[in-house]
Design a protein around this ligand. Structure first.
Ligand code: NDP
Length: 393
């Protein structure tokens, strides 16, 4: 039996993970499931999978969770310490699928147990890549990438020597606004930004896909996970979202990974590795697909990729600053405080206000220093958004 824990079980990745687990129940022993506000889903899955422990991130929802689990024998807990407790219970395989910087600490705790961490939470590598990789090394843990692009690169690299890799190309669908002129982008609504043309995902990553911030995070994730120089990472817009990534080798060959838009492929690969088990994903009929299209990203309309380049050049805790500023700007957009284009403006302004003077930002990597950089960036982002909203004299 494989002991598994799912952090962020009630979300899009968490539910896709449990879908795979449900198809082979005899193989898995579910240790802990965690969620946020969706108590009904968390409790129903905890009962269905006979989890030892169910945790909500929110203290105020503990009574609701207890009530929903009454008589089931599943332990209920709430809050940050309980999330860490869930991640520290012995498990062979843990899915890290909490959204945002909140996923870092539980993911690190799971790595300290030495099992496999299936990493969907890209923010962990963006905010604290060196800390995450070092924690895995130190505890003999394995990280399996779950982002579809990184899973694709991982698969294209099987049996290859990293020294022979010239470049890694990750693809971007371009999101719902790929063809929109800048003037129209200024009017984009939350509902429009939440409608991804190809992938069904959580709302935050979907909006990040529309702004290309998701791709910006993934470029940094690529650098941290595969240890490749930023100048050897390329982004290619591919509206079909069928080629997830390509690896270019020094002999000129490009190995592409092609598959349907279904996260159960990357999750299943991470769950079954090193085997390839049968997965319930559609089989592509390429004759039916007919053609695949590619184009270069437009940096003028979507500045997020350029900002990621600046963040990688700066190094240190700049990733934590970048991610936190982006998370706050996204909150601002969701709450109607700023427009779509102002998200990138806000992040850029936060970077320029914080650097180069803020000494604490270049302190080394620990959960504390990352949290402080994250906090400074959030406060600065709020200030930037307030300044932008203030009437000009
Ligand atoms: P969702 O928003 O669908 O789910 C997020 C999960 O995290 C939910 O279980 C949610 O609980 C929980 N959660 C939210 N806030 C907190 C918090 N502060 N503390 C603890 N738990 C919290 O996100 P996705 O599943 O789409 O994405 C999860 C991660 O995977 C993200 O990092 C994303 O970038 C990455 N990813 C997602 C892909 C996708 O296809 N969805 C593809 C590749 C990567 P609740 O819903 O109960 O409130």
């Amino acid at each position: 039996m494989t002991r598994i824990t799912v952090l962020g079980a009630t979300g899009s990745i968490g539910q896709n993970t449990l879908d795979l687990v449900a198809r082979d129940p005899a193989r898995f022993d579910v240790v802990a499931l965690t969620g946020g506000r969706n108590i009904a889903q968390l409790a129903s899955d905890a009962c269905k999978f006979r989890a030892q422990l169910a945790v909500t991130a929110h203290d105020d929802l503990l009574d609701d969770l207890r009530a929903a689990l009454a008589g089931s024998g599943v332990e209920a807990a709430a809050g940050q310490a309980a999330l860490i407790d869930a991640a520290s219970r012995p498990a062979d395989w843990t899915m890290s699928a909490i959204v945002g910087a909140a996923g870092l600490a539980p993911g690190l705790k799971a790595l300290e147990q030495g099992g496999t961490l299936a990493l969907a939470n890209k923010e962990s590598l963006v905010t604290a890549g060196p800390l995450v990789m070092e924690t895995a090394r130190k505890h003999g843990a394995r990280i399996m990438p779950v982002d579809s692009e990184h899973s694709a690169v991982f698969q294209a690299l099987v049996g290859e020597d990293m020294a022979a890799v010239e470049r890694i190309i990750i693809t971007a669908s371009g999101g719902p606004f790929r063809d929109w002129p800048r003037s129209r982008l200024a009017t984009a609504t939350v509902a429009q930004a939440s409608a991804h043309p190809n992938w069904a995902m959580g709302q935050r990553i979907t909006i990040d896909s529309a702004s290309l911030f998701n791709k910006a995070l993934e470029v940094i994730e690529t650098k941290e996970f595969f240890g490749i120089s930023p100048q050897d990472i390329e982004v290619l817009v591919h509206p079909d979202s069928l080629v997830h990534a390509l690896v270019g080798f020094r002999d000129g060959a490009l190995m592409a990974h092609i598959g349907p838009h279904d996260m159960r492929h990357a999750i299943g690969y991470a769950l079954n590795w090193p085997d390839r088990a049968a997965l319930p994903v559609a089989r592509l009929d390429l004759a039916q697909v007919g053609s695949l299209t590619f184009e270069a990203p437009d940096h003028a309309r979507f500045p997020a990729l350029r900002l990621a380049g600046e963040v990688m050049a700066r190094g240190g805790l700049a990733g934590a600053v970048f991610n936190a500023a982006k998370e706050r700007a996204l909150d601002g957009f969701l709450e109607g405080r700023i427009g779509f284009l102002q998200m990138a403006n806000t992040v850029e302004e936060v970077l320029s206000r914080i650097y180069p003077d803020n000494g604490l930002i270049d302190a080394g990597f620990s959960l504390d220093t990352v949290a402080r950089a994250d906090h400074v960036a959030r406060v600065t982002a709020d200030q930037v958004m307030m300044d932008a909203a203030a009437p000009h004299s």
